[in-house]
Ligand binder design. Structure first.
Ligand code: HEM
Length: 517
C-alpha cells in the first residue's frame, strides 16, 4: 500500500515538474532568448510587463483613439487604428519588437523583406502562432487559415482547385440572380418611403448567401444560424484570447470558455446536418458523387486514405467553419467600404456607371464583361488600399530563418501592418490618404510589393478570385440601378475587430435609376 502511494506521489511530482518547466520555457525562457537575439541585431522596442507584455498599452491606446467618431470622412486612419504602431515606429524605427502577452512580435514594414518573407522560400517554415491557433481553436480550428507546415500545404493542395478562375465561372449566374433579388428588396424599400439604408447589412446577407449556396449548396436562411453563431463565436474568442497570456487560462472554466464551448457544439451540430444530408444524397443514389463544390471536394478527400495525413470529421467541420466565415465577411466589408467611398465621390460613381453601361449594355455582367470593367477594378483596388479588410498580416517563424540582414529565431512572430504600408506617404506619395483610383490605372503598377490586401506568395488568400468576381458583379449591378449619396446619419468611425469595420454601419440615400440606364 505504502509503495503504491509512493509511486503515485512520485508520478504526480514528475507531472508537476514537467508542467512547471514547460510553462517556464514557454512564458519566460524562450521569450527572453528571442528578445536577446533580436537586441543583439539592434531590434528593440517598448519595455514589456510580466506576462501581459505590451497588451495593456495597446488596448488602452486603441480604445482611446477609437472612442470618438472622426469629424469628417477622412481616410487618414492609421493613427486611429494602430496608435501603438505610430508611437513605437517613431521611437524605435521601421522594425521594432513588442509583446502580445508572452509572445514576442516584430513589426516589419520594409517591403523588400516582406516580399522575401512571404515568398515560397518560407511558406512552410512560417505559419500561425500558438496564440493565434489557440485563440481561434473553437472558432475555426485547424482549417486552412490556421494550419501550419506540411498539414497546411496538404490542405492548400486539396482546396485551391475549387477556387480556380475557370471553376468559379459556374458561380456567376447565382451571383447575378441573388444580387438582382437584393436590388429588388432595396427598390421596394425606397418605394415604401425608406430611401436611407444601412448598406452593410444587405451586402453581408448577400455575400453570406452566395458562399452558402455556391460552396455548400445551402442558403442564407438555412445557413443563417451558422453565420450568427460564428459571429458570436468570433467575438467571444477575440475577447477570451486577451487572457491567453495567463498560464492555464484555456483550461479554466471561465464564463467565456463555457459559452464558447456551447456555441461551438451548436455550430458543429448544424454543420453535421448539412454534411449528413450531402452524404445521404449519394448513399440513396440521388447523386452520382459528392459534387464539385467545396463541401463535395472535402467529403471526397475525407474518404481517401493518405499516408501521414489523418483527415477527420473534425477537420471537415473546421474547414466548413473557416469558409463560412472567411468566404463572406471580408468581401462584404470590401463592398461596404467601396459603396461608402463612391457615395462620397459622385464623379467616380458616374465614371463607374458609364463604364458598366458601355461594357454590359443593359445586360447583367457576364464572365466576358468582367475583365473589361477596368474603372471598377481601379476603384476596388483603391478601396482595398485605403480600407483593407485584413489590416495586419501575422506569421510566426516555425524554424530559425535568415531574412535580409536579420536572423529570425524560431518562435518570433512577424507582424506586417498592411494598413500602415497602404497609407505610407513614402511608398504612395503625399496624397496617400486620398481616394484616387487613378493610381491603379498605369501598367507599371506592381501588386504584391506595397499593395497586399490578399497577402502575397503561396499563402495568399485562396478565395481572392472568388471575392473579386463577386465584388465586381455586385457593384456593377448596384451602380447601374441606383445613384447614391452619403446620409447625414453616417458617422465615420472605422474600427478593427479582427477585420476593418465601419463601427456604426454605412448609411446611404438611394435613388433608383430607370432600368434602361
Ligand atoms: C475582399 C475579400 C477578401 C480579403 C481582403 C481577404 C484577405 C485575406 C488575407 C489577407 C489572407 C491572409 C491571412 C493570413 O495569412 O493571416 C487571406 C487568407 C485566406 N482567405 Fe481571404 N480574403 C478575402 C476573401 C476571401 C474569400 C471570399 C474566401 C473564401 C471563399 C477567403 C478564404 C481565405 C482562406 C481560406 C485563407 C487562408 C489561406 C491559406 O492560409 O492558405 N478569403 N485572405
Amino acid at each position: 500500500m505504502g509503495l503504491l502511494f509512493l509511486v503515485i506521489g512520485v508520478s504526480l511530482l514528475l507531472v508537476l515538474v514537467r508542467a512547471a518547466s514547460v510553462t517556464l520555457w514557454f512564458y519566460l525562457w524562450r521569450p527572453r532568448r528571442i528578445k536577446k537575439a533580436m537586441e543583439r541585431q539592434g531590434v528593440t522596442g517598448p519595455k514589456p510587463r510580466f506576462l501581459i507584455g505590451n497588451l495593456y498599452d495597446m488596448v488602452s491606446l486603441v480604445s482611446d483613439s477609437t472612442s470618438r467618431d472622426m469629424d469628417s470622412i477622412n481616410h487618414d486612419i492609421v493613427s486611429r487604428l494602430l496608435p501603438h504602431y505610430v508611437l513605437w515606429s517613431k521611437q524605435f524605427g521601421k522594425r521594432f519588437m513588442y509583446w502580445h502577452g508572452s509572445e514576442p512580435r516584430m513589426c516589419l514594414t520594409e517591403v523588400e523583406m516582406i516580399k522575401e518573407f512571404l515568398s515560397a522560400k518560407y511558406s512552410v517554415a512560417t505559419g500561425k502562432s500558438w496564440l493565434q491557433q489557440q485563440g481561434s481553436k473553437h472558432f475555426m480550428g485547424r482549417g486552412l487559415l490556421m494550419a501550419n507546415g506540411e498539414e497546411w500545404l496538404h490542405q492548400r493542395h486539396i482546396i485551391a482547385p475549387v477556387f480556380m478562375v475557370d471553376k468559379l465561372k459556374g458561380n456567376v449566374g447565382y451571383m447575378v440572380e441573388r444580387t438582382r433579388q437584393m436590388i429588388e428588396t432595396l427598390e421596394e424599400a425606397v418605394r415604401s418611403g425608406e430611401a436611407e439604408v444601412e448598406i452593410g447589412e444587405h451586402l453581408t446577407k448577400l455575400t453570406a448567401d452566395i458562399i452558402a449556396k455556391t460552396e455548400f449548396d445551402s442558403s442564407y436562411e438555412k445557413g443563417k444560424q451558422i453565420f450568427n453563431l460564428l459571429t458570436s463565436l468570433q467575438h467571444l474568442c477575440a475577447k477570451s484570447s486577451r487572457y491567453l497570456c495567463f498560464p492555464g487560462f484555456r483550461y479554466f472554466p471561465s464564463k467565456y470558455n463555457r459559452q464558447i464551448k456551447l456555441l461551438k457544439m451548436e455550430v458543429e451540430g448544424l454543420l453535421i446536418e448539412i454534411i449528413e444530408s450531402r452524404k445521404e444524397g449519394m448513399e440513396i443514389g440521388r447523386a452520382a458523387s459528392y459534387g464539385n463544390d467545396l463541401l463535395g471536394m472535402l467529403l471526397s478527400e475525407l474518404e481517401k486514405k493518405r499516408a501521414g495525413f489523418d483527415l477527420t470529421l473534425q477537420w471537415l467541420m473546421d474547414e466548413c467553419k473557416t469558409f463560412f466565415f472567411t468566404g463572406h465577411e471580408t468581401t462584404a466589408l470590401l463592398l461596404t467600404w467601396t459603396v461608402m467611398l463612391l457615395a462620397d465621390s459622385p464623379s467616380w460613381q458616374d465614371k463607374a456607371r458609364a463604364e458598366v453601361h458601355q461594357v454590359c449594355a443593359g445586360q447583367p455582367p457576364s464572365v466576358d464583361h468582367l475583365p473589361k470593367l477596368t474603372v471598377l477594378n481601379m476603384i476596388i483596388n483603391e478601396s482595398l488600399r485605403l480600407y483593407p479588410p485584413a489590416t495586419l498580416l501575422p506569421r510566426m517563424a516555425l524554424e530559425d530563418i535568415k531574412l535580409g540582414d536579420l536572423h529570425i529565431p524560431k518562435g518570433l512572430s512577424i507582424w506586417i501592418p498592411v494598413i500602415a504600408i497602404h497609407h505610407s506617404e513614402e511608398l504612395w506619395g503625399k496624397d496617400a490618404n486620398e481616394f484616387k483610383p487613378e493610381r491603379f490605372g498605369g501598367k507599371s503598377f506592381a501588386p504584391g510589393r506595397h499593395f497586399m490586401p490578399f497577402a502575397a506568395g503561396p499563402r495568399n488568400c485562396v478565395g481572392q478570385s472568388f471575392a473579386l468576381m463577386e465584388a465586381k458583379i455586385i457593384l456593377a449591378m448596384f451602380i447601374s440601378r441606383f445613384s447614391f449619396s452619403i446620409s447625414k446619419n453616417y458617422r465615420h468611425a472605422p474600427v478593427s475587430v479582427l477585420t476593418l469595420k465601419p463601427k456604426h454601419g454605412v448609411q446611404i440615400i438611394l435613388k433608383p435609376l430607370p432600368a434602361s440606364q
